[in-house]
Structure formats: structure tokens, C-alpha cells
Design a protein around this ligand. Structure first.
Ligand code: SF4
Length: 147
């Protein structure tokens, strides 16, 4: 069994209330081959919600307390993002899941690319908060870019 970012499976859990469906991933969930998770929703954030970006680094830096997750209203949502990532990791471990296909550019799920923290649409190399935690704990991240 593999996990997937829920928005890639067609679940409308993104900050804007929409999904980012990839047909192949949706079919994997429908066929019982994959389980969808949204770390932000699992952490208690509402849908829709304000967009947020990592300021001062990437997901690894967030866990080292060198960067924060800030929404577009300037509200610090770092703890909510960390909480959702931690709960999701616990669930993955409980289910014995060791691989997850994740959505790029997300401050939670990005594994290669994230927005640069300026809300200008610019992308930089780096991980999201959940992806960083999963990697630290031996979960294999598969980028949506490679699907
Ligand atoms: S946190 Fe991950 S699963 Fe949830 S909407 Fe963002 S990219 Fe998709």
C-alpha cells in the first residue's frame, strides 16, 4: 500500500477549496491501491484557508526552528503545519506505509519545489513541512513530477 497527497486523488482539500487531480492517482485510490492523506486538513486547518508559504528556508529549516510557515495575512501557522505533519506520520507508521506520492510546490507536501516565501509565485528548491518530516523518518517520497 502506498499513500498519496489527497488533492492529487481528486479530493478538494487545497487552500482554495479545489483539488489537483491526477487521473492515475485517483484510480489508484479507487482501486484500493493507495490511501489519501492531507496533512493540513489532518492538522485541523479548514478548507478553504489562507495560502501559506515557508519563510526563511524550507521544511527542514522549519523543524530546526530556523523558518516559519506564514499565511498571506501574516499569521504564523507553523505549529498547525507541524502538528498535521506529525499526525500524518503517525498514521503512516501505524499502517506500515513506507512510500507516499506528494504534491509539489506545497508548503506541506512539496518534496523538490516550494514557493519562495514572498507570495510572488516564485518557486525555489526545497521541501515542505510534512515531506521533510517523512524523509527524516525513512518514508520514501515520490514527487508528482515523476508520475
Ligand atoms: S497539504 Fe498536501 S494533500 Fe493537502 S492540499 Fe496541500 S498539497 Fe494537497
Amino acid at each position: 500500500m502506498i499513500a498519496v497527497s489527497a488533492c492529487l486523488a481528486g479530493i478538494a482539500c487545497r487552500y482554495d477549496g479545489k483539488d489537483k487531480e491526477i487521473t492515475k492517482i485517483k484510480q489508484m485510490v479507487e482501486n484500493g491501491e493507495a490511501i489519501p492523506f492531507c496533512p493540513e486538513v489532518i492538522g485541523g486547518l479548514l478548507t478553504p484557508r489562507n495560502p501559506a508559504e515557508i519563510v526563511g528556508g524550507d521544511g527542514d529549516d522549519v523543524w530546526l526552528n530556523r523558518a516559519k510557515v506564514i499565511d498571506n495575512q501574516g499569521i504564523d501557522v507553523t505549529e498547525e503545519y507541524k502538528y498535521g505533519a506529525s499526525l500524518t506520520l503517525a498514521k503512516l507508521k501505524e499502517l506500515g506505509i513506507t512510500q507516499i506520492i506528494m504534491k509539489e510546490k506545497s508548503p506541506s507536501c512539496g518534496s523538490c519545489a516550494i514557493y519562495d516565501g514572498t507570495f510572488s509565485g516564485k518557486i525555489k528548491d526545497g521541501t515542505g513541512v510534512a515531506a521533510a518530516l517523512f524523509q527524516m523518518n525513512g518514508i520514501k517520497i515520490i514527487s508528482e513530477f515523476t508520475i
